[in-house]
Design a protein around this ligand. Structure first.
Ligand code: PBG
Length: 319
């Protein structure tokens, strides 16, 4: 019997590097930022060690240190919340201001904005609440369209609807096109699961639902065919990139999506995945190695883009 000597290709680091299949590249990585009003703010987010609420001036300073990172994702911290999240689509709200400032100073940076209501509503849900319990799909679409339009008008390159409302990509594509923003692209949070791994992020945004949960709009983690339906639907509606979220417990979904569709796949390595490794690691070195292993696994599974709080550090590890 012929034995294939696979250990030959593991003999030295040099050989291993030569035959490695999946490799992270700077263009794969997307760094999320949390922007807050005011000046000179750099407030640590307790649930996410190493991540901060940054005011626009400090955000701009931080962007100076990116060195080769091509894409960022912006979340805004609302000043005042109400039932319908009306601060989310104002021209002078935090994300809109931040995008204008970034685009003035960093023309080539690709700015992606999160389009959702949960950070802006007093009840913490991603949509408009009807009769104190139901999230009204179509009423929410109108607001999501307004948010996306205001982000595009401020200069966003890509808008990323994350509310998991049916028809959100179509509603946004329509409003963008009819207002001359044909060039603005859409990154759909297509297969977004109702996950326990968003906890630290909700602390950061103070967006924990005040009643009920998100299971009537985010996906049930027992399902995978449904994820492919969601993604197929978003592609039909005009998404340019589709996302699977979270990443680590959903590598199978990423892999299926990659095999099924001919479109860039993004994966969001979410706050709980980040916090979990931070907590587990006994040293910075261990954290870096674990994070690189996890991010590379996401790439190996088939992700073309990875949204990660380690994006800046990962850049150093791979260069
Ligand atoms: C909300 C949104 C969530 C995240 C990004 N956009 C979470 C949620 O549904 O509460 C999570 C990101 C993370 O956990 O890092 N639309």
């Amino acid at each position: 019997m012929q034995i294939v000597k696979l250990r030959e290709q593991r003999k030295t680091q040099e050989i291993r590097d030569k035959v490695a299949e999946a490799r992270l590249k700077p263009r794969d990585l997307i760094l999320p930022y949390f922007v807050v009003g005011g000046e000179n703010k750099r407030d640590p987010i307790k649930s996410m060690p190493g991540i901060f609420h940054l005011s626009i001036d400090n955000l701009l300073k931080d962007l100076e240190t990116l060195q080769g990172l091509e894409r960022i994702l912006l979340f805004g911290i609302a000043g005042a919340k109400d039932e319908i999240g009306s601060e989310s689509f104002r021209e002078d709200s935090i994300v809109q201001k931040a995008v204008r400032a970034i685009k003035k100073n960093f023309k080539d940076l690709i700015v992606i904005t999160d389009v959702c209501l949960c950070g802006y509503t007093s009840h913490g849900h991603c949509g408009i609440v009807k009769d104190r319990e139901i999230i009204d799909n179509d009423a929410t679409l109108e607001v999501l369209a307004k948010i996306a339009l205001s982000h595009a008008a401020s200069g966003a390159d890509i808008v990323a609807p994350s509310a998991m409302m049916d028809g959100q990509v179509a509603a946004i594509r329509e409003v963008l096109d009819s207002n001359g923003f044909n060039k603005v692209r859409i990154l759909g949070y297509s297969a977004k699961y109702a996950s326990g791994f968003y906890g630290p992020f909700r602390e950061a945004l103070d967006s924990t639902p005040q009643f009920g949960d998100r299971k009537t709009y985010q996906m049930d983690y027992r399902n995978s065919d449904e994820a492919l339906k969601e993604i197929a639907q978003d592609i039909k509606e005009g998404a340019d990139i589709v996302m699977v979220k979270p990443a680590l417990s959903y590598l199978d979904i990423i892999a299926k999506a990659k095999l099924t569709f001919n479109i860039p796949i993004a994966a969001y390595s979410v706050s709980g995945e980040y916090a979990m490794i931070k907590e587990y690691s006994k040293s910075k070195k261990e954290e870096d190695q674990l994070a690189l292993e996890v991010l590379t696994s996401i790439k190996r599974a088939g992700a073309d883009f990875i949204i990660t709080y380690w994006a800046k550090e990962a850049l150093e590890w791979i260069q």
